[in-house]
Design a binder for this molecule. Sequence first.
Ligand code: IMP
Length: 429
Amino acid sequence: MPGTCVIGLQWGDEAKGKLVDLLTSQFDVVVRYQGGANAGHTVVIGENVYKLHHIPSGILNPNVRNLVTPGVVLNPPTILGEIDSLQQRGVEVGDNLMISDRVHVVFPWHLAEDRAMNAERVSGESIGTTLRGIGPCYRDKVGRNFAIRLGDMYRDDFRERIHEIVAAKKRILSNLNGEVESLDPEVIFAEFAAYAERLRPHVADTTAFLLDAVEANQKVLYEGAQGALLDIDHGTFPFVTSSNSSGVGVSAGSGIPPRWINRVIGVVKAYSTRVGGGPFPTELDDDMGQRIRDLGNEYGTTTGRPRRCGWFDAVAVRYTARLSGVDALSVMMLDVLSQLPEVRICVAYDLDGERIDHFPSHADDLRRAKPIYETIPGWEVDVTGVRELADLPAGARRYLDRVSELVGRPVEIVSVGPDRAQTMFATPD
Ligand code: IMP
């Protein structure tokens, strides 16, 4: 079993970090391959809550090698903060963390551009980014002229590159009414040269390392960030993130040929959430939505923003499960639904009077799509202490069976709380 991926199938925040942490003991290497500090992966171990933005959740397992590979955009002060906070709590972070010299670096001008662009509207709505400079950094990577990769920070012309880029960015930002005063090239150079020194022990050619690892039959777990509906090419564009966050991004972001990936676990919440702008057919803009938000503590890990909440959308998840090549589903936060008198699943959309069961490609169509629901009686039993799938109340099992049937994939993992112990695995027949 050389390569397994864990992919979020909704709009992110599906509790992938918890699952990756649980699975890491079966793997030699854990890889983060896209996104950056926009991600917030929470892992709870006993009393300790770890919030990771770049570092793979495998870092909490001492036998695992953790890789940050070329598809990631790196915010140096944020990852250094993660390293410090892990070390302060006794977690070893040494040569078990390797960061590719090919990752692109997020600089202060990217943050200023993100703020300026986020003030602009797309079809009357703001994208509502995490303001971590993700879009502008990926834009510079694709545009090439103004990009700096981690490996460039150790080269003789690093200072000169900062001067050149700051001069150009000031011109661009002035046109966007962005903040230019704080962009002092000498201050930025001094700050980032210091970050580069601190990161130096972790910088490596992760592509070569990973190819050696898979060719030597080591087991690799790929940890997706965000969710497939935020994929730049296949998500609810333009209300998406700037990387390939569905299963199709694993190979490009990590540098591993697709043939080395042979199992994909799709992670979903038992309901839906979304942060930021964009269409969300099953959104509940009412007391029920607030109830789910309160029960699920649905506030962003990275930004603290309240998450938009709604019912499970089987049309959307069937689409992303197929797109990501999912073998099995992991359903998280089932406990949140356990207090409700009834639960709903969206089984199709009504688009301009026509019933459709495919996921529309245009955000405007998705915005007009009205969910067609199936209602399932609630089970109203606290499931947080349940440890075997067979011991779940019949109503909860019925709900999971229906999710599986509609998405077309088996549910093999179910989570009923934040702790490692609150997770159940289906045993093969
Ligand atoms: P960006 O990735 O900061 O550019 O944000 C683009 C969109 O993706 C916004 O709607 C964000 O709220 C959303 N987003 C980015 N990262 C995450 C995440 O880790 N979880 C959930 N939503 C995210």
